[in-house]
Design a protein around this ligand. Structure first.
Ligand code: CO8
Length: 257
């Protein structure tokens, strides 16, 4: 049986995870989310992995949660659904996570992409929350993260009509940071991930957390968090290295200390 998730690397600090259920357009079933969670555990524990890229195929990043699996679960089944734990695991991943999205990116697929820090899209990407067409609604962050990414009006339209938007619209709305040719999406995401991986990891971790917190905190609390994180970095070797390298016109060599 072919592997449902391919894992490569780390290469230059970056691990590449490829969703691989082509027969179901990478629909996220429990088995796939389970192996994805384990890969994220491994990536988090590995000091040589500084960033992770998740991608799918050129036809589909992921067409949502596995509908057949969901149809077999009643209310109690949904309450006991192990996928909830997997979604929570993905959300608390502590290293930079970039998604390289081509083709269908729907429902749970769109929610997975939004769990990442940066989305790079192929110009064939279609982002949507079509759950309403199934008589349900988004259940893994679609109503919360989408509104933060694109604002209430477009999020409401997408969630209530189920109609997807294309890559250019997603770019204009701020859901994705770049659009490129589908065959270049993974390469571009890897290049960005390698750039991040070359920086001081403690600074990356704190900067990432500060940006993430901007969504949850009021401005005064966010600015306080930023100030504290900025100050903490004064204790790191990497800060000394970065400043010294600038002053001596050389390339810094960060060690993660
Ligand atoms: N689940 C299971 N199988 C799927 C899914 C899916 N989400 N999407 C596609 N497939 C399967 C199809 O059944 C088909 O299989 P088969 O060849 O055996 O019939 C195969 O993939 C290819 O799909 P199509 O033939 O339909 O391909 P088309 O190009 O005609 O259409 C579409 C592509 C438009 C993407 C279409 O497949 C589609 O509409 N898919 C469903 C999209 C959708 O509704 N997604 C939302 C799912 S619900 C959800 O994500 C809720 C998440 C909540 C998570 C909370 C967990 C705790």
């Amino acid at each position: 049986m072919p592997q449902i998730l391919l894992s490569e690397g780390p290469d230059q600090g970056v691990r590449l995870l490829t969703l691989n259920r082509p027969e179901a357009l990478n629909a996220l079933n429990t088995a796939l989310l389970d192996v994805l969670s384990k890969e994220l555990d491994a990536a988090e524990a590995d000091p040589d992995t500084r960033a992770v890229v998740i991608t799918g195929s050129e036809r589909a990043f992921a067409a949502g949660a596995d509908i057949n699996e969901m149809a077999a679960r009643d209310l109690v089944g949904m309450l006991e659904d192990p996928r909830t734990q997997h979604w929570a695991r993905i959300a608390r991943f502590t290293k930079p996570l970039i998604t390289a999205v081509n083709g269908f990116c729907l429902g749970g697929g769109c929610e997975l992409a939004m769990n990442g820090d940066i989305i790079i899209a192929g110009n064939n990407a279609r982002f949507g929350q079509p759950e309403i067409n199934l008589g349900i609604m988004p259940g893994a962050g679609g109503t919360q993260r989408l509104v933060r990414a694109v604002g209430q009006s477009l999020a409401m339209q997408m969630v209530l009509t189920g109609e997807p938007i294309g890559a250019e619209r997603a770019l204009d709305a701020g859901l994705v940071s770049e659009v490129c040719q589908p065959e270049l999406t993974v390469e571009r995401a890897l290049a960005i991930a390698r750039t991040i991986a070359s920086k001081g990891p403690i600074a990356v971790q704190l900067a990432r957390e500060a940006v993430q917190r901007a969504e949850d905190m009021d401005l005064a609390a966010g600015l306080r968090f930023e100030r504290h994180a900025f100050t903490i970095l004064a204790a790191t070797d990497d800060r000394r290295e970065g400043l010294d390298a600038f002053q001596n016109k050389r390339k810094p060599e960060f060690t993660g200390r």
